[in-house]
Design a protein around this ligand. Sequence first.
Ligand SMILES: [Fe+2]
Ligand SMILES: [Fe+2]
Length: 152
Amino acid sequence: MEEAHVRPARPLFTEHADLRRVLHRIESMLANPPDPAGRLPWLKDLCDRLREYKPRLDAHFAAEEDGGLFDEIEDHSPGAAEAARKFCAEHPELIGRLEDLIEAASRKAADDAGFQSLLAQARDLVHTLESHEERENDLLYRVLDGGDAALD
Ligand SMILES: [Fe+2]
Ligand SMILES: [Fe+2]
């Protein structure tokens, strides 16, 4: 395995861990929704956390796309290149869904149907984001291990 595989991946693993901590705080909120009377302040808090998370995710995705890590994968592990491209292709949709969620949360739908719908939307997005980053980590581990096999 060439050393070039190792150096750029370490900051990305660290970034993934940092982002996961922020996402876990959002996930904890979603796991403990408030009583109806507490919904408005809870929604404001959720909105604040999502707005804090968004620029970090923007920067993270930009770094993955432009910072050369995926170029490294494509250059040194051709079997993983297609998977790397697919991850990058998922970014615009994830950002769009996050923007939609922030907008929905900022409308502060405190009626029951609107609130339950927002909860479902948020939980689904958090799950999808976690899955995206976990699959990227899996890819990176395989490349770091010298794996060059085609990936799922
Ligand atoms: Fe990504
Ligand atoms: Fe990532």
